[in-house]
Structure formats: structure tokens, C-alpha cells
Design a protein around this ligand. Sequence first.
Ligand code: KIV
Length: 267
Amino acid sequence: MTTTLHRLRQMKQQGQRFACITAYDASFAWLAATAGIEVLLVGDSLGMVVQGQSSTLPVTLTDMAYHTACVARANSSSLIMADLPFMTYSDERQALDSAAQLMRAGAHLVKLEGGAWLAPSVEHLRRNGIPVCAHMGLTPQSVHVFGGYRVQGRGSEAGQRLLSEARTLVAAGADLLLLECVPRDLAAMITQAVEIPVIGIGAGPDTDAQVLVMHDLLGIDRGHKPARFVKNFLHGEDGILGAFRAYAAAVRDGSYPSDEHCFSQNA
Ligand code: KIV
């Protein structure tokens, strides 16, 4: 079955979880779609895992359009979400021009990072027929503001602020939310509070979906220590297709993420 945003909403209403994985090229996109992964994210994480950069900041719109087109050519049934990279959506006009390039390359929706300040751009994109995912919590394009890749939304004031900003973006027309590295209780509260599907990464087991960077779930870490929320799904499987299927099954039955992959309010 082809995945649409309408289908993802239905899945939320029916309490069915779905899986998302990053994809940057045709071969892995084909494997992920064949494994039944509902959403392929052409993430700007490609700056780190494909280009060898130390952050996502150097990734350009041209890079993103190129990789989106590679993924789109091989996709069969998954929904393709593409990241707007750093400094390509600083106002509504720029957001629309940038998003149009990714949609022409084959994306079905775009993802942008930030909070309530994105509301006018979300509205503008939706008015022009472009669905949007709002990425909140730890937003890697702002790593230098955060002073590192740190858990966000700890403590009741920060948590309430994130919830309120999520509501603002939903009211502006966001189709999906993505929460990265937030305490599990906060992610559960936001997921309950909004009608649209919420995808989590390092956000505990109670979001409507999970996303992982493909290289992380295959244990390709170039010697770096994996983040706490990462699980290697290639262990015990006899190939990459098996690993992708095991990941999707674990997301759907709720066995991933487990306690060891979650952040609490304290540590
Ligand atoms: O770029 C990316 O891969 C992402 C995920 C970490 C959510 O945004």
C-alpha cells in the first residue's frame, strides 16, 4: 500500500505505529521501501554520514535536491520527506523557493527545524500545496546555539514551552511533528495533545512513529560512540533487508525504543 499523509493520520487514530528511516540513494531507498518502511527521510544528516562533515550546516539545497531525486527514482511505496537545509528557510519566500526545488526533485513533503517562529512559513507552504513536518527539540542545525547535541525540554518550563510551540505549529498547518532528544514523558504528552502524527528519535516509545539514521541502525559509526537512543538492528539478521524489517517490526510492536534508549527528565 502506498503511504500518504492521510494514511499516517489514520494510523495515528487507530493506534498503529509506523517506521521512518533516512535514505540518501536509490539502492537503500529501494531496500527500505521493500522492507515496508512507511516514511523515507532524505535527511541533512547526509552531511555527516555521506559527506563526512562534522555537522549538517555545510549541506546545500543542491545536495538535498540531488539525493532526493536519487531516492525518488527507486522508491515504490514510501512517503518521501526531504530536509530543508541550514539557511534555506529564513523567511516565507525563501522557504517556498527552497521547498519547491525539493518537491520538484521528488519529495512528498519537506521538513524544517525550529519552533513557533516557523508558523508563517508553515502556513505559506501549506497554502501553496506543500506539506510540512516541523522538527522540534534538538534541532541539529542550531547545534551552536545549544552548545552541543543536548537533550532539550527538560524541566517543566522548557517542556511547557515546547508543547505550546508544537500547538502553534499544528495550528499553522503542520502535517507531522518530529521530536528529537526530549524526555520520554514530554514526548508522550505532546503526542497525546496533537492530532497529527508525531515521529520520535531519542524521544521514547510513546510517539506515533520512530525515525533512525540508516547508518546508525546498521551499526556504521566510523568509530564514534553511538547516541543512547541508537540500536543496531543488523545484529542477528542475515542482511540489510532483514535489519530494516526487524526495525520496522520493533517500532510497530513497541519493543523499540526500550528504557535503555530513552532520556528521562534528569539523565
Ligand atoms: O537529518 C536527519 O537525519 C534528521 C533525523 C536525525 C531526524 O533530521
